[in-house]
Design a protein around this ligand. Structure first.
Ligand SMILES: Nc1ncnc2c1ncn2[C@@H]1O[C@H](COP(=O)(O)OP(=O)(O)OP(=O)(O)O)[C@@H](O)[C@H]1O
Ligand SMILES: [Mg+2]
Length: 651
């Protein structure tokens, strides 16, 4: 033992000289280089939503459609958007079927204001170039990276440039461009630039040839466009699928949403660093001028109060405020009572439009929507909207088997039992299809106590049942968790608002379900009474020696049975009469109270022969008539119910 110890001590010598560096600081210094933003995102394309070919196809369509809608709305034009996804021919051979293809051509055409010629190359071939980043106003795009990133992905995977056609008016010429990014410099390279003949009087068309995969189902291009139609009922959307189908989503609301106004930052929640930068950059010469001029909701009186609390002069030069003074100013701002920011900088979808959208795209028995009052996170105003579509729709309910299913073995589940609600998430009217579990909206759905509203929910899981939960965040700046804009960051203020919206929807759903359950049990009781009426009438007739008006007594007893079991109201709730509260087939609950009238979809005439809400343009093809289907299904349910009663009577 002692020998080994001695060995260790002899080998453990304290180094006298520093070990020789293998690379010198000078050599390392020589390797330092600036990285262009395009080079960075070429290496990290997954940050922009291009991590796999299926998602890449969706991201390209999404970026182009979002831009098309933003541009048209900003110009005050009702958007008409055509999305065409084709299989691109490769090596001259015949294109493979869409499900096996690996190359696609995506073309998105809009009727927006068009783009001026000089701006086309930087917009499509320079990352971080756009008109929306520097303003506080709600729009789908915000970063100035979307469409140029899609172009960069095309360049990376197929080597093809982005093709653009744009025309700013009937009198202007249409310009055709082919551009790519010079990734080293993050500057556009123009391959083609010419005037061409293009029929539409105004608009933009973008074509990208990319490596991708087309697969239907969850998080597909198809689902994305369907969800766009739900949240944007004012858009007329046509989608030509790679399988040659044409899907049309005609507009059901014929007016634009109110234009959101640009605002200045609200002083609450603004970070200290931002305040310092604003103090440095301001054009105002006095502190009071700066406060009143560069922030929203700060009047001269409020500015005076802030200066007084911070013990700073009203006329202090903003540039000279730093250190302790700046900190005092920051604290004074937070301590002063300031009005909430104006809400006209965000344009929520609105309860009516959400109901229209959900009703149009999702089959259900009950729909509801809530728009919350505006709130603020980090100085940014936002509005949360929540909605629900519950049930399978009368068609499926009518088709459901009547007889109770066979009893289940232990541990066995009925097919319906495992069905979980689906959450559809939106940020500034754009559907979010990836990273659901990282999103504040999803977390809020999990945290809502759905059991309080009669909906099953396992611990830490989504609520169960045939239900679609809709959540929309509208804000001047949506805090996405990454550049690919897939999930909303989990700020407490945001999550709280979402939960409040969902709770209100849940309360209404609970009311609907309880009312329906009560009506069902009354209906069951009525059936039992009716079973015995025949017997009672016969017995009475026998007692009276046959001298009895049997039919009269029967009618009277039936009347009593109906009265004692909720009367006509029971039929109404079960959808027998389809009255204004004709649950469950078409009730829609709005803050004003429940309404039975669902929107009439284009092409579907109301059952009373009334025309649709507004005449659809001639070019629009009719959407499948949900209303007609509903009426038919209601009849079917009624018929099914009467056979059910008849059967029971026979028994
Ligand atoms: N179809 C279009 N019509 C008119 N202008 C457009 C169109 N597409 C893009 N633009 C303009 O090009 C700019 C850059 O678009 P890009 O998609 O790269 O960024 P963005 O939409 O501002 O933000 P984001 O990165 O979040 O999408 C937009 O800000 C818009 O001004
Ligand atoms: Mg964009």
């Amino acid at each position: 033992m002692s020998t080994s110890l001695a060995k260790t001590t002899t080998t453990e010598k304290i180094p006298t000289a520093e070990p020789k560096a293998t690379v010198s600081a000078a050599e390392m210094g020589a390797r330092q280089r600036e990285i262009s933003v395009s080079e960075f995102f070429t290496k990290n394309r997954h940050l922009l939503g291009f991590d796999n070919p299926r998602k890449a196809l969706l991201t390209c369509v999404k970026e182009a459609v979002d831009n098309a809608l933003d541009a048209a709305e900003e110009a005050g034009i009702l958007p008409d958007v055509l999305v065409k996804v084709e299989v691109a021919p490769s090596n001259g051979s015949a294109p493979p079927p869409a499900s096996q293809a690996t190359r696609f051509r995506v073309t998105v055409t809009d009727n927006g204001p068009g783009i001026v010629r000089q701006q086309i190359p930087p917009i499509f071939a320079k990352l971080l170039y756009g008109s929306k980043f520097h303003r506080l106003r709600m729009s789908r795009g915000q970063q100035g990276i979307g469409i140029s990133a899609a172009g960069m992905y095309a360049q990376l995977t197929t080597g093809k440039p982005v093709q653009i056609i744009s025309r700013t008016g009937a009198r202007a010429a249409a310009h055709y461009f082919e551009v790519q990014i010079d990734t080293k410099k993050n500057e556009p390279r123009i391959f083609e630039n010419k005037k061409i003949d293009w029929k539409p009087p105004r608009g933009t068309q973008v074509t990208l040839e990319i490596e991708g995969r087309y697969q239907k189902g969850r998080a597909s291009v198809d689902e994305y466009l369907e969800q766009v139609a739900i949240a944007n009922p004012h858009v007329n959307l046509v989608y030509l699928t790679p399988e040659g189908e044409t899907r049309e989503y005609p507009r059901t609301i014929h007016e634009l949403p109110p234009q959101p106004k640009e605002i200045k930052p609200h002083p609450y929640g603004i970070e200290f660093g931002i305040l310092l930068r604003m103090l440095h950059d301001t054009k105002s010469h006095s502190l009071s001028g700066f406060l009143a001029g560069d922030f929203s909701r700060v009047s001269a009186a409020v500015a005076q109060e802030i200066c007084k609390t911070a013990k700073l002069s009203l006329n202090a030069r903003p540039r000279n405020i730093h250190g302790e003074d700046a900190e005092a100013l920051y604290k004074a701002i937070q301590a002063t009572k300031i009005m909430a920011p104006p809400s006209n900088c965000v344009s929520p979808i609105g309860e009516k439009a959400i109901l229209h959208g959900l009703y149009k795209q999702i089959k259900g028995d009950f729909y509801t929507a809530v728009t919350r009052p505006p709130s603020v996170y980090r100085g940014n105003p936002f509005v949360i909207e929540a909605g629900l579509a519950y049930g399978k729709g009368p068609e499926q309910a009518a088709a459901a088997p009547e007889a109770p299913a066979a009893p289940l073995a232990e541990g066995e589940q009925r097919e319906d039992d495992s069905e979980l609600a689906r959450v559809i998430r939106y940020a500034n009217r754009v559907p979010l299809l990836y990273q659901q579990s990282a999103c504040a909206t999803f977390k809020a759905v999990l945290e809502t106590a759905w059991r309080n509203y009669g909906i099953a929910q396992s611990k830490g899981a989504l609520p169960g049942g045939p239900m679609v939960v809709f959540v929309h965040m509208a804000s001047v700046w949506v805090p996405f968790t990454s550049e690919s804009k897939e999930a909303i960051a989990d700020y407490d203020e945001i999550r709280k608002e979402i939960k409040l919206g969902l709770q209100e929807c849940g309360r209404r759903l609970g009311m609907f379900l309880r009312r329906r359950e009560r009506a069902k049990s009354e209906f069951r009781r009525r059936n039992i009474f009716e079973l015995y009426i025949e017997e009672v009438v016969e017995a009475c007739a026998r007692l009276k020696g046959g001298k009895l008006a049997k039919e009269k007594l029967k009618t009277q007893l039936q009347k009593i049975a109906t009265k004692r079991t909720g009367g006509a109201r029971t039929d109404e709730i079960l959808g027998g009469d389809g009255g204004p509260e004709g649950l469950p087939h078409s009730i829609i609950v709005t803050p004003e109270g429940p309404e039975g009238e669902a929107p009439v979809l284009p092409g579907a005439e109301a059952s009373d022969g009334a025309p649709a809400e507004a005449p659809a343009p001639k070019t629009e093809k009719a959407a499948p008539g949900r209303r007609k289907g509903k009426a038919k299904a209601a009849r079917a349910t009624k018929a099914a119910r009467s056979t059910k009663t008849a059967k029971r009577k026979r028994r």
